[in-house]
Design a protein around this ligand. Structure first.
Ligand code: AMP
Length: 303
């Protein structure tokens, strides 16, 4: 029941066909920890700059997220700028400024060392490993990444993947990482890099899990209004890992349920900019949408 995440805490500037937001709270660790906080205790490792307002840290604390591992240092906070066209599945990155992450050397607090589930959210793979090496023997390690690191730090990323049980990436990233356009074949290549389980997110088309030679397919929740897909992948990961960490059952059947909770969190997240929708949900809303997923995908066997 204790989940540790390392990732970005950021200011995002985002433009979608439905509006835009400048310098709003974002970052992979922020979305992840907020989503996971509905299921379990979460502790964050990250760095922010001197421009980062206390109100954002107060918000994370209000979700019962342990922020002892968020270091504040002189300089500017990580910034990401992206835009989406009507096809909201693909973000176009306009600018990435690593800023304080460029020189960050994570030193995790003593109280974090015995965390038994670790999520390496999207961040420099060198930092992902530095954090992992400081944790004592976790039961489960999962990881996310993106094209920025697949292209810019491939060797380091492959080293990280050797230490990982579950990889969560989107379909474009799976193709790029494996060099294989077919996703079933791509999964085989990625298994050979280390992760025994692979979850491929396909935006509005849902998610696929490849584990123990089996494939599970979940749709995305059909929403009438999608405002901002930023953070969908991280909130999916937060729901997925939060549920796994709260149950400590890593069997395939339970991972299927975790994927549905991931899809539930992602579906709420895209309904508003930044963390506006997922910052204050009721657990009953999560259960309600979980059951709607069941109805959505149920069909009778042949007689
Ligand atoms: P996603 O869940 O894939 O939509 O991730 C969106 C979040 O990833 C945004 O809030 C960004 O701040 C963050 N992000 C974008 N690029 C990077 C990067 N290269 N490293 C770490 N975080 C990033």
């Amino acid at each position: 029941m204790s989940l540790l995440v390392v990732g970005s805490v950021a200011f995002d500037s985002v433009k979608t066909p439905f509006g835009e937001a400048d310098d709003v709270l974002g970052g992979s660790a922020t979305y992840f920890s907020t989503a996971a906080s509905y299921f379990t205790d979460v502790s964050v490792v990250a760095v922010v700059g001197s421009d980062f307002p206390d109100k954002h840290l107060t918000f994370l604390k209000s979700r019962n997220i342990d922020i002892e591992g968020i270091e504040r240092t002189e300089g500017r906070t990580f910034r990401w700028k992206g835009e989406y066209g009507y096809d909201l599945n693909e973000a176009r990155t306009l600018d990435t400024q690593l800023n304080v992450f460029q020189t960050f050397r994570p030193k995790i607090p003593e109280s974090y060392k015995n965390k038994n589930v670790v999520f390496l959210a999207n961040i420099d793979p060198d930092l992902q490993r530095e954090v992992l090496e400081q944790v004592e023997n976790p039961s489960l390690v999962a990881c996310d990444t993106m094209n920025f690191w697949i292209e810019g730090k491939r060797d380091s990323l492959l080293k990280t993947l050797k230490m990982v049980d579950i990889l969560l990436i989107n379909d474009g990233e799976a193709r790029e990482l494996s060099g294989e356009p077919n996703l079933v074949k791509a999964a085989g290549v990625i298994h050979s890099f280390g992760p025994k389980a692979l979850i491929i997110k396909q935006g509005e088309y849902g998610a696929l899990m490849f584990k123990d030679g089996k494939i599970f397919s979940a749709p995305a929740y059909p929403l009438e209004s999608v405002f901002d897909p930023t953070g969908a992948g991280d909130s999916f990961a937060g729901g997925f890992m939060g549920y796994l960490s709260s149950t400590m059952n890593f069997e395939e059947a339970n991972m299927r349920k975790a994927i549905i909770f991931g899809s539930v969190m992602a579906s709420y997240n895209v309904e508003a900019f930044s963390l506006d929708r997922i910052k204050s949900l009721d657990y009953s809303e999560l259960e309600g949408r979980f059951r709607e997923f069941r109805r959505l995908t149920h069909f009778e066997d042949l007689t």
